[in-house]
Design a protein around this ligand. Structure first.
Ligand code: 4AD
Ligand code: MG
Length: 485
């Protein structure tokens, strides 16, 4: 019995990068394609370690032929042989195969993924096999690299990671878009005397939800550890079926004590540039693949409608300072813009105070400035209760970062550190004060100026990968009416 779990085993990425060939190796991988003639067969093998396949060259004899007959696209195999320099284009080495073992066959009549281009919509329907596509492999590796980059950046800058809760009783954004968590029997709800639901009988003795943000808890940690960040799943029951919204997404939320809105902007710009540079440094093969894919996709478009080449676009972000302007300045630009005057926007900007829609954000970034923009000092009415009020009593020290092709990628602010002012804002916005006493306590005992932001991880990935829909940068997207797998 041959031991297929042998020690010669290398992953394909390591193997294709070996300094020299003519050594014996073993590989476990999935078959992407099989080409076979009378005397020789070629298997393109991929184990997910890299976008590149390893070509296994097999001399066909009777015994091997019976094995080859059972191998089709999607099968998993163990192959052994000698790694030799490749004569073919685009690959350094190929495997002169001596042994093939099949781990698992894949019936060609049933296997949904064929070695051809599939639509993104189709791939979403087979999310359990989507990982095997070149596209989703590349996205998954880049997603992994970005997670590392984020932890690196904060670690190198003296931040501590905190896990904030996923189940919570408070609405951090005060927007009421929460998924409820309950163990109550929905068909037999306990009621109080006045007929409302008796949550004292529920698991936590009160009504609980999935978190919409870890910010409030991160603020508590920052008031002791000075620089913290949380990076976790976030849940929003907003019924927005767009290419930028998920019901379950991942958010990076740093919170910094003794920091103001300018420190906050510097931190966010630094993080975004670090992540993009990290991708350029570590994900070149995958970025190259994604870039070529976009170019092919846009070939039929007129030149003016094509997007900037992916790697060029990433470098543009690293090399340029983000524009920083106030909401008020942005409104002036938008009011005087052509699409506004010609009523091309779906939402015409009439006056100061209007909430900006993604069409406005993208106009500023893509048409007007043509680089990332940070907007600050929004009207208090359109922002959350915890943001620090400016002296004008009208605007708050908010900052949103807008990116080309995406719109808002970061939302943050300096926080209101004054107890009285914060309570005042909470009353105005009908945020229950009593339930938030634990949060308000930070403003009672050694309160300090502080600031933070939230970076939507999937939106960062949209930018870095050049993909157009957040559903294609997360393995198992959760959206309205969609909770498969
Ligand atoms: O602007 P938001 O709502 O800010 C907060 O939640 C703050 N508590 C953050 C903070 O200051 N600590 O969300 C922050 C970011 C957005 O800019 C966007 O990138 C992303 O989270 N985001 C979403 N991403 C995917 N799907 C959704 N439904 C999202 N909602 C927000
Ligand atoms: Mg926001």
């Amino acid at each position: 019995m041959i031991n297929y779990m042998s020690s010669k085993k290398l992953n394909i990425k390591a193997l294709l990068n070996l300094p020299q060939a003519n050594i014996e190796v073993a590989v476990d991988a999935w078959v992407r394609t099989k080409r076979q003639s009378k005397n020789v067969a070629f298997l393109a093998l991929n184990d997910g370690s890299t976008i590149h396949n390893l070509q296994a060259v097999v001399d066909v004899d009777d015994q091997i032929e019976s094995i080859l007959d059972r191998i089709h696209t999607g099968a998993s195999v163990h192959v052994e042989g000698i790694l030799i320099p490749s004569e073919g284009k685009g690959q350094s080495y190929e495997l002169k195969t001596t042994t093939i073992h099949i781990w698992g066959e894949a019936n060609p009549d049933e296997y949904p993924l064929q070695p051809k281009k599939h639509s993104l919509e189709f791939l979403r329907e087979i999310a359990h096999l989507r990982f095997r596509s070149n596209l989703f492999g590349a996205v998954t590796r880049i997603r992994h690299a970005m997670i590392f980059a984020i932890h690196n950046y904060f670690n190198q800058n003296g931040f501590y990671n905190v896990h904030t809760p996923i189940i919570t009783a408070s609405d951090a954004e005060g927007a009421g878009e929460m998924f409820q968590v309950t163990t109550l029997d929905l068909n037999n709800l306990p009621k109080t005397e006045d007929g409302s639901i008796d949550y004292s009988k529920d698991f936590f003795g009160k009504s609980a939800n999935l978190t919409v943000s870890g910010q409030l808890e991160a603020e508590l940690a920052a008031m002791a550890l000075s620089k913290v960040y949380t990076f976790g799943p976030t849940f929003r029951a907003e019924n927005s079926n767009t290419s930028r919204h998920l019901a379950e997404f991942w958010m990076i939320e740093p919170e910094v004590a003794f920091a103001d809105i300018n420190d906050d902007m510097d931190l966010a710009e630094g993080l975004l540039k670090y992540c993009v540079q990290y991708a350029l440094d570590h994900c070149n093969d995958d970025l190259q693949f994604l870039s070529e894919r976009i170019i092919a996709e846009e070939k039929s478009l007129p030149e003016k409608d094509r997007s900037m080449e992916l790697i060029e676009k990433l470098k543009m972000v690293v090399d340029n300072d983000f524009v920083r302007i106030t909401y008020t300045e942005a409104i002036d630009i938008l009011k005087n813009s052509n699409p506004n005057k010609k009523k091309k926007f779906n939402y015409i900007i009439e006056a100061w105070g209007a909430d900006l829609q993604s069409e406005h954000e993208r106009y500023l970034v893509e048409k007007h400035f043509q680089k990332p923009v940070i907007l600050t000092d929004y009207p208090k009415e359109i922002k959350a209760f915890y943001m620090k009020l400016n002296e004008d009593n009208q605007t708050v020290r908010a900052m949103d970062i807008l990116f080309p092709g995406i719109g808002e990628i970061v939302g943050g602010s300096q926080r209101e550190e004054d107890y009285e002012k914060l309570v005042g804002r909470m009353r105005e916005m009908h945020i229950p004060e009593k339930e938030m006493s634990w949060y308000l306590d930070t403003r009672k005992f050694g309160s300090a100026p502080h600031a933070g932001f939230g970076l939507g991880f999937e939106r960062l990935l949209l930018f870095v990968t050049g993909m157009g829909n957040v559903r294609d940068v997360i393995a198992f997207p959760r959206t309205p009416k969609n909770c498969e797998f």
